[in-house]
Design a protein around this ligand. Sequence first.
Ligand SMILES: C[S@@+](CC[C@H](N)C(=O)[O-])C[C@H]1O[C@@H](n2cnc3c(N)ncnc32)[C@H](O)[C@@H]1O
Length: 216
Amino acid sequence: MLFHILTIFPEMFKGFLNESILKKAQGSKVIKIHLHDIRDYSANKHKKVDDTPYGGGAGMVFTPQPLFDCIKAVKKLAPKAPVVYLTPAGKRLTQTMVEKLNKKFEQLILLCGHYEGIDQRVIDSLVDMELSIGDYVLSGGELAAMVVIDAVSRLVPGALGNDESHREETFSKKLGRKKEYPHYTKPAEFRGMKVPEVLQSGNHGAIEKWRRAHLR
Ligand SMILES: C[S@@+](CC[C@H](N)C(=O)[O-])C[C@H]1O[C@@H](n2cnc3c(N)ncnc32)[C@H](O)[C@@H]1O
């Protein structure tokens, strides 16, 4: 999976991409990340990318020109990739949508907005999908893009050390969309709190039964 990230804050991604599973997945070329600085596409001599809103109101709006030029340039590299605009007004991201994104596409173009949002003409002409990561307002789309990258990358074969691990997770069909069962690790007793005996029994049938009974 190749993620193209369109942002005015590419530095925000550095720490996130250089740790843990995403670092390893990039190292083994299971996923690739291309950061595109939208500001580089601004025709303004000061590289300005925002302006006041028509009709008045608070805040600024992301201007269309740098977004059009940046998206067009990235589309040339990835013609089949959908342009996904991260916005609180978008469709709420669910695990089912994450699975679809992973199955359907080899590349994703993630557009991070800022200010009061982006000029509507960009959405009308160039955006294929609007996604929200939840009913709250972030300052920019970067954190939302990171959520999409993390959730999708986990499903790319070879990204997780153990390919089985995501199959048993909270939203899997096997678990009927219920939440997780409790997890325990060593030691068997910690500050007087004991790990349930059945989980230490090695009896897989009994363990499975216990886990199903304790989904929460
Ligand atoms: C301050 S927000 C704009 C908020 C917008 N004026 C509103 O009230 O819905 C700036 C940018 O952050 C991103 N953003 C904010 N909240 C988000 C969310 N819940 N999911 C995805 N992106 C979000 C979008 O890219 C948006 O363009």
